[in-house]
Each structure stands twice: as structure tokens, then as C-alpha cells.
Design a protein around this ligand. Structure first.
Ligand code: TPP
Length: 632
């Protein structure tokens, strides 16, 4: 195989066009095979195989910096930059990451996982280069989905002003995770269908001829290529108005065509945007047919395309089947039920309709579902506007992406006490996606905001009840739940008391020690209590339910019965839920009770299976058991 001899991108520069195509085929097969075993991002990677080969052929990484946006499409890049021998460890604990990571390879110019950072980061690198008098190129590769974010536009705006030689490759596959949405997407579509072609053709030629030295020859190539490459050069008025020279659209699966284009724009000393058209999921029938389902997936059978856990999005059951459904699906079903009775309820997603369990809601209430694109800050303030006028917006968002909307939550929603509901999915340890995606900060960054009511359900039934509570609460609220399946009610002693503002529930009575948990740490705490019983230790287990307001009465009343409290949270210890308990005890002058907090210390949580990571941080039943026993 050619790939076996590619130790660095230098090794592809001597390959013939035919060999480059064979290499593309090999890379595609390796990715399909590996993702079918390890899970990961499939469709986005299959779409950029040829583009990645061409980029590495033309530019000299790591001197030249290729900055991937989101980074979920960096598998071909990893394979071309010396990581083929390690590729079997993709996304495994202590293996290679599913995203670019600067500590993993000098070829990973910038770490990422959240979208729309590439243009800003690339521009910063260029500016640093010039400040230091260095000499290299910087290329930002951004998808049409990632381009919907305000951050990307802030970068474009600044780039147009600085007029550096930034190269932006727009990888347009007309898809975000689901089909891309919004006015920008329609604009790109118009460009693709050639609406503007005739009108601007002359001007484009004039622009190309205006490029010093190489301009004339580029214009000739453009003319020659026009027939075969379907409109080789078309102007993108929007980008030109922002100060970019626009080239494209070009076929992103035609390696010689991309190489030729990149070689010619490489030395232009102004911002250039190259519009590359690719097919998401390219080269694997199932992902070409349904790039949404094969965007990010668990293990699957290559010949049938069927995932071990059944395909997502389409198989959510009814609310009564909550046990062993995913939290996302429980949420989606519960919201449908609530929305059918309460016309005020609308749902908002930031390009994550499927992931957050809103696909069925979108089908049932298309006019009440807003997909705002990858625009979390806008999602929050848009919700504030809806709430201000009497609606009950439910913003479903992953914990990690909610980080983007911090100021909007404080300034636009909580300060005005507006009834926006945040359904915070993937709160806690998410696993293989790693440190960019772990949802371990939300308790710390939300629990100090005045007016916000903040809940965490112990299981699917409780999520359902909390959502109903939140919709009827006259102020902002947030419900945090984890990635994965819900547990059985029996895992939590069948606890099912009514949700009351700021009230916890005791699931297991005991003396001497109390384990206080919130959300998905309740079930392992109950299991730990079972283990403790075998040692004749009867621990009291509290399901806190409300991280804010905290049930201070209950905590203080516990102090009469216990000398030790263990708190358990899938969050940073700093400013987390255990800290809230400490503050409560301190305020009440309860200095005799010892508190042991289990959670994440001052470090980022690396990638790996959820179970491995929970064990590492002592968040599983053995860890909780040990923390109790060691303190006695
Ligand atoms: C801030 C943020 N919000 C949401 C996501 C989740 N997400 C990952 S990839 C993606 C779609 C990206 O679409 P595009 O940039 O067009 O890339 P493609 O997958 O189509 O190649 C989304 C919404 C994210 N990574 N970061």
C-alpha cells in the first residue's frame, strides 16, 4: 500500500496523479474500516480525502499551517502526517485523538473540536508570523456549516481589514450535520447553481488578470478549464465585499484540479477564499445516501452499514419506554408531549437537531422548531426575544457548546428573568470526543447566576417531570443530563416524588455518612450504598435534584445525623456542586461535618470510553464506595 510509505506529507510530493488517486482510495478504505470498529466521524472525513491530499501536496506542513475547522474531518490529515501506524487507536483512551491536537503532532497547527475557530486562529498566526518576520503560509479549511457561526464572520471581517495573505478553503457540501440552513446556505447554493455566473464572468476575468505576474496565466487556465470544470471561476460577491479574492466553485474530488488551483493562488499576497465543492460521505454508499446519520457514529458493519446500537434519529420510543432510551430521545418525546398541550412552547437547536433528540419534534411541529445554524450565542438571545413576548422557548444544546453563550445567558436572559429553558444535553463525561467535548464545566459556569433555576434528573422519568416543571416556571431554568441511555427506575430505588422548587429527595436513609449526588451520579451512588451495606455501613443517599436553589434545609438537617458527606458530580470540582454544599455548610456554621468531593480536579478530561474515564476519576460505584470507606 502507498500509505505505508507515507511517513510525512513530503512523501506524497513525488507521487503521480494516478498514485495520488490510489492513495485517496486507500485512505478512504482505512477510514471506513477504522470508524466501523472504533466509531467516530465518518461522512465529513470521506468528503475531504482528495482535498487533504491536494493541500499537503501543494503546501509544506508543518512550516505552512493548515488549520482545520471543527477538526472532525482531520482523519485523512492524520493519515498523511505520520499517524497511519497509530490510526487503530483512534479515539481510544491514550490513543490518538479524533480531532487535531497540538501535542499530538507538529502538523496539527491548531487544536479544535468546537466549530468556526479556524479563520480567527489562522489570522492570528499570520499576524504573529509578520510580527516575528517569519515566512510561511496559513490555510484555514472551513465547512459551509461552520461558516454559519458569528465567530467565523468576525474572523472574515477582521481578515478583510488586515488584508493578510490568508487562504480560506470553503469546503461546501451543503450539509452541516443535517442539511445546512439559513440565508448564507441559500447564497452558496445560488453560487453553485450558477445564478451569478454569466453576470460576473467578465469581472472575474478582469480580477484574475489583475493579479500581478501570475494573473494572466490563471485567466487563461480559467478560460480553458471552464468547459470541463463547470465554471472554474465564479465570483462570490459576498466574500469579495468582505475583502477576499474569491475563486471557485471547484470540484473537491478532482485532485489535479485542486492542486492546480492551490498552486496558483499560493503566492497571492491578499486574502483568498477558494470555494471547493465536495460530497459528504463520498465513496461509501451508506454515508453518501445519509450523511446525517453517518456524520458521527458508533461501530457499524461495513457491508450493511448497520450500527451495533441501531441507527439513531428514527427509533425513539414513547415516554413510557423511558428506561434504556437515550436521555436525548426522552427529552425529545417529553417536549413533544408538552408542546402538544402548551402552544407557547417552541424549540431551538444550534445545528444539532438529531443529536439533541429534536428530529421527531421537527417533523411534528415544523413551524415551532428553529434551527439557527451553529450559532449558540444567537440561539440564546433569540430565545430571550421569544420569551420576552410570551413564548416558552426550549433551547436544546450540548453542555460543551453552551459555553459559547455564557454572556447571553447572563445578560439577555437571567438579568431580565426571562423564562427560557435550557435543555443541556451531554452534561458530564462524554467519552471518545475528548477534552473539547466533555461537558464538565456547566455546573460551575451556571450555578452562580441569579434567577436561574438549575436541575439535574436522576433518570428519564425525572427528566420528563423536570421539563414540565421548567416550562411552568416563570423564570430562566436549565436541566442538565448526560450522554447515553437512561437507567431503570429501580436503579434509583424507584424514587418518584413530586418535583418542588429547590427540594431534594432522600433515596436511602442512613446514619454516619451521606452521599449527595445530582443527575447521573445518583445511580452509582445508590450502587455504592448497596456495597457499603455489606460492610454494615448504612449511607444516606440524597438525590439533590436542584443544583440551584440548593435544598439548604435538607443539607443542614443531615448534619445532625452524619459526620461525613461525600458529594459526587461529573463536573469540575472548582465551583461545582460539591463546592455549593461546602458553601452551604460554611454559611450555616456547620464546621464539624467533613466533606469529601468527588469530581474532576484541575485538568482537562482526555478522550476515552465513558466507563474508563468514570473509573479514573472515582465516579463509578467502586470509586464512591472507596471514598466513603477511606474517610471512616
Ligand atoms: C460550537 C459548535 N457547535 C456545534 C458543533 C457540533 N458540530 C460538529 S460538526 C457540525 C457540522 C459542521 O458542518 P460543516 O462545517 O459544514 O462540516 P461538514 O461536517 O459538513 O464537513 C456541528 C454542528 C461544534 N462542533 N461546535
Amino acid at each position: 500500500m502507498i500509505i505505508e510509505n507515507i511517513k510525512s506529507p513530503q512523501d506524497i510530493k513525488s507521487l503521480s496523479a494516478e498514485e495520488l488517486n490510489t492513495l485517496a482510495e486507500e485512505i478512504r478504505n482505512i477510514i471506513i474500516e477504522r470508524v466501523s470498529i472504533n466509531g467516530g466521524h465518518l461522512a465529513s472525513n470521506l468528503g475531504v480525502v482528495e482535498l487533504t491530499i491536494a493541500l499537503h501536496y501543494v503546501f509544506n506542513s508543518p512550516e505552512d499551517k493548515i488549520v482545520w475547522d471543527v477538526g472532525h474531518q482531520a482523519y485523512p490529515h492524520k493519515l498523511l502526517t505520520g499517524r497511519f501506524p497509530l490510526f487503530h487507536t483512534l479515539r481510544k483512551y491514550e490513543g490518538i485523538s479524533g480531532f487535531p491536537k497540538i501535542t499530538e503532532s507538529p502538523h496539527d497547527a491548531f487544536g479544535t473540536g468546537h466549530s468556526s475557530t479556524s479563520i480567527s486562529a489562522a489570522l492570528g498566526m499570520l499576524e504573529a508570523r509578520d510580527q516575528k518576520g517569519e515566512n510561511f503560509k496559513v490555510i484555514a479549511v472551513i465547512g459551509d456549516g461552520a461558516l454559519t457561526s458569528g465567530l467565523a464572520f468576525e474572523g472574515l471581517n477582521h481578515a478583510g481589514h488586515l488584508k493578510k495573505d490568508l487562504i480560506v478553503i470553503l469546503n461546501d457540501n451543503e450539509m452541516s450535520i443535517s442539511p445546512n440552513v439559513g440565508a448564507l446556505s441559500s447564497y452558496l447554493n445560488k453560487v453553485l447553481t450558477g445564478t451569478f455566473y454569466k453576470k460576473f464572468k467578465k469581472e472575474t476575468k478582469a480580477f484574475l488578470e489583475g493579479i500581478p505576474k501570475i494573473g494572466e496565466s490563471v485567466a487563461k487556465i480559467a478560460e480553458k478549464a471552464e468547459g470541463s470544470l463547470k465554471g472554474f471561476f465564479l465570483p462570490g460577491g459576498l466574500f469579495e465585499d468582505l475583502g477576499f479574492n474569491y475563486l471557485g466553485p471547484i470540484d473537491g474530488h478532482d485532485i489535479p484540479a485542486i492542486i492546480e488551483t492551490l498552486s496558483r493562488i499560493k503566492d497571492i499576497n491578499e486574502p483568498v477564499l477558494v470555494h471547493v465543492v465536495t460530497k459528504k460521505g463520498k465513496g461509501y454508499k451508506f454515508s453518501e445516501d445519509d450523511p446525517c446519520i453517518y456524520h458521527g457514529i458508533g461501530p457499524f458493519a461495513v457491508d450493511t452499514g448497520v450500527q451495533s446500537e441501531g441507527l439513531k434519529c428514527k427509533d425513539a420510543g414513547s415516554p413510557s419506554e423511558n428506561a434504556h432510551m437515550s436521555y436525548s430521545d426522552v427529552f425529545g418525546n417529553a417536549l413533544m408531549e408538552i408542546a402538544s398541550e402548551d402552544k407557547r412552547v417552541v424549540a431551538i437547536t444550534a445545528a444539532m437537531k438529531e443529536g439533541t433528540g429534536l428530529a421527531k419534534f421537527a417533523e411534528a411541529f415544523p413551524e415551532r422548531l428553529y434551527d439557527v445554524g451553529i450559532a449558540e450565542p444567537h440561539a440564546a438571545t433569540f430565545a430571550a426575544g421569544l420569551a420576552r413576548q410570551g413564548l416558552r422557548p426550549v433551547v436544546a444544546i450540548y453542555s460543551t457548546f453552551l459555553q459559547r453563550a455564557y454572556d447571553e445567558i447572563i445578560h439577555d436572559i437571567c438579568l431580565q428573568n426571562l423564562p427560557v429553558i435550557f435543555a443541556i444535553d451531554r452534561g458530564g463525561i462524554v467519552g471518545e470526543d475528548g477534552p473539547t467535548h466533555q461537558g464538565v464545566f456547566d455546573i460551575s459556569f451556571l450555578r452562580h447566576i441569579p434567577n436561574l433555576v438549575f436541575m439535574a434528573p436522576k433518570d428519564g422519568e425525572e427528566l420528563n417531570a423536570m421539563l414540565k416543571f421548567a416550562v411552568n416556571h416563570n423564570g430562566p431554568s436549565a436541566i442538565r443530563y448526560p450522554r447515553g441511555k437512561t437507567c431503570r427506575p429501580s436503579d434509583n430505588n424507584n424514587g418518584r416524588s413530586e418535583i418542588k422548587l429547590g427540594k431534594a429527595e432522600i433515596l436511602s436513609e442512613g446514619r454516619g455518612v451521606a452521599i449527595i449526588a445530582a443527575g447521573n451520579t445518583v445511580a452509582p451512588s445508590m450502587k455504592a450504598a448497596e456495597l457499603l451495606k455489606k460492610d454494615n455501613i448504612n449511607a444516606c443517599v440524597v438525590n439533590m435534584r436542584f443544583i440551584k436553589p440548593l435544598d439548604e434545609d435538607l443539607i443542614i438537617s443531615l448534619c445532625g445525623k452524619v459526620k461525613r458527606i461525600v458529594t459526587v458530580e461529573e463536573n469540575m470540582l472548582a465551583g461545582g456542586f460539591g463546592s455549593a454544599i461546602l458553601e452551604c455548610l460554611n454559611n450555616a456554621g456547620m464546621h464539624d461535618v467533613k466533606v469529601k468531593r468527588i469530581g474532576i480536579g484541575d485538568e482537562f478530561v482526555e478522550h476515552g470510553a465513558q466507563a474508563i474515564l468514570r473509573k479514573k476519576y472515582g465516579l463509578d460505584e467502586e470509586g464512591i464506595y472507596t471514598a466513603v470507606v477511606q474517610g471512616l
